[in-house]
Design a protein. Structure first.
Length: 148
């Protein structure tokens, strides 16, 4: 396993991951397609070195994590590392890729003087909830939405 900075060549994996996560989250149909704004966000993350990619033993890209320190959400104060998205291809899950990406993110946060990591997980994403629980994340807030 090798972790490296994402490049433009990884955009296909990034888009695949975003689409898959949005479908797992059971988002409304109108919120699933990847937009130009999403791609620009990925390009910005690539330029800033904020997206790390995991390669398998054969050099194939199988997972990524996109983290930021500039994200601010109303109900969390102070400094934190925000996880925009973490994704492991379905056929590669359970092999330790997600844990390895998180371990690197944790080390980055510590080196940066940040003492907590924040991620939002949709309630329907049971697998993500279980994974993050094993990584010692704990739920903090619940937001309810009613579609009209």
């Amino acid at each position: 396993m090798k972790i490296r900075d994402a490049t433009e060549d990884d955009l296909e994996l990034l888009v695949e991951g975003l689409l898959d996560v949005r479908m797992i989250e059971k988002r409304p149909e109108k919120d699933i397609p990847v937009t130009g704004e999403d791609v620009e966000s990925f390009r910005k993350g690539i330029r800033e070195g904020a997206i790390r990619v995991m390669e398998d033993g054969n050099g194939g890209s199988v997972a990524f994590i996109y983290y930021r320190t500039d994200m601010r959400i109303p109900y969390v104060s102070g400094e934190y590392l925000w996880i925009d998205i973490i994704y492991v291809r379905e056929d590669e899950r359970g092999k330790g890729y997600g844990s390895a990406l998180y371990e690197e993110a944790i080390e980055y946060a510590k080196r940066s003087g940040i003492d907590r990591i924040v991620i939002d997980i949709f309630d329907v994403n049971q697998r993500s909830k279980e994974f993050h629980s094993k990584m010692e994340f704990a739920p903090s807030y619940t937001i309810y939405i009613k579609e009209l």
